[in-house]
Design a binder for this molecule. Structure first.
Ligand code: PLP
Length: 86
């Protein structure tokens, strides 16, 4: 499941933690959150949100260089083994 934490068009903040904990995890769905508009703007705790992946843009609210960003991967993606078998 992939979704924006804060959407581009309206600035709506989705309940990322609730989506991960109440929808994705109980149904064994890996999560990738698009945080292009949150890094540097919100106080984020990725373990608390409990997502598998979280991406962020470096050149938006961080005022960093173009074509930069971050990718958080929870526990070296070890939880993905629970989702897909060999
Ligand atoms: C919600 C959202 N995700 C991702 C992107 C893409 O970010 P980047 O320019 O760092 O590739 C944008 C760009 O505006 C965006 O608004």
């Amino acid at each position: 499941m992939s979704f924006s934490h804060v959407t581009y068009k309206t600035g709506t903040t989705l309940p990322a933690k609730r989506i991960c904990k109440e929808v994705a995890i109980p149904n064994n769905i890996p999560t990738l959150i698009d945080g292009a508009h949150t890094i540097g703007m919100l106080n984020l705790d990725f373990h608390d949100i409990d997502c598998d992946f979280y991406s962020g843009s470096g050149h938006k609210w961080q005022c960093g260089a173009g074509a930069t960003g971050i990718l958080y991967v929870r526990d070296n993606a070890s939880r993905l083994d629970e989702y897909w078998s060999d």
